[in-house]
Ligand binder design. Structure first.
Ligand code: G3P
Ligand code: MG
Length: 247
């Protein structure tokens, strides 16, 4: 699998409201090769593209996503919080988001981001939709901080590539990476305690390393110099400039 050096984070969420079709379209327009999106379930088990466990930060709705039926959230305004120009943006279903990505030809890192207690169900629902409509396994990476979600993805579609997300020191990362049979280790590249040695240890396990969420070109350059294969960025075009300069 050829993972690109830059993956648009939540679409291209530096330029459009995160995890919306507008954000996916913007990523495609600025030439992003892949996007990362977060998937979780509504109360009635519809997989939607959404980051937080509650609606409040990024919509005009309120309360936990896990308590809402899809019909109660489908018409929410998911764009005005970002800018008035995006007032018509909605929360997309996973299916709508995949349709948009397939139209653009981009690849997808789908992060399974379950509401607490729905780790298995969320992975099952996402894998069900992916298995019906995703076409190219070379352009798909499934990730999660929730190990049981990755385990479920592995059991349902062992042939699709997976990633272990790490946000704090994980003593048993190698054991987990082997057990979950992941192709990449996705680390917090902003963590100032991250060292080249640790990145090299991950690489020595035979896996690719991706780092989130990098919006500073100098940080990206340092991480690439340590052997990091790709970075997630809200502003993929800004990071792209690093790849085109020698110094
Ligand atoms: O998948 C990379 C990154 O998105 C993980 O953190 O909180 O932005 O979903 P978060
Ligand atoms: Mg994410």
């Amino acid at each position: 699998m050829k993972i690109p050096k830059i993956i648009g984070h939540r679409g291209a969420c530096g330029y459009a409201p995160e995890n919306t079709l507008e954000s996916i379209k913007t990523a495609a327009e600025i030439g992003t090769a892949w996007v990362e999106l977060d998937v979780k379930l509504t109360k009635d088990s519809v997989p939607i593209i959404f980051h937080d466990d509650t609606l409040d930060r990024t919509t005009n709705g309120h309360g936990p996503v896990a308590d809402m039926l899809y019909k109660d959230i489908e018409d929410l305004d998911a764009g005005s919080w970002y800018a008035d120009a995006f007032a018509t943006a909605k929360i997309p279903t996973l299916e709508e988001a995949i349709d948009e990505i397939l139209k653009s030809g981009m690849g997808l890192n789908l992060e399974i981001k379950p509401c607490p207690g729905r780790e298995i169900e969320t992975a099952e629902a996402a894998m069900d939709i992916l298995s019906r409509i995703w076409d190219d396994p070379e352009k798909l990476l499934i990730s999660s901080f929730q190990h049981v979600s990755i385990e479920t993805a592995r059991d349902l579609a062992p042939e699709w590539k997976r990633a272990l997300l790490i946000d704090e020191p994980l003593q048993n990362w190698l054991e987990l990476a082997d057990y979950l049979d992941v192709a990449t280790i996705n680390i917090d590249g902003r963590d100032q305690s991250l060292t080249q040695d640790l990145v090299e240890t991950y690489i020595e396990s035979g896996r690719q390393v991706l780092a989130y969420t990098i919006n500073d070109p100098f940080r990206a350059k340092l991480l690439y110099s340590w052997g990091v294969d790709g970075v997630f960025s809200d502003v993929p075009d800004v990071i792209e400039q690093v790849l085109n300069t020698r110094h």
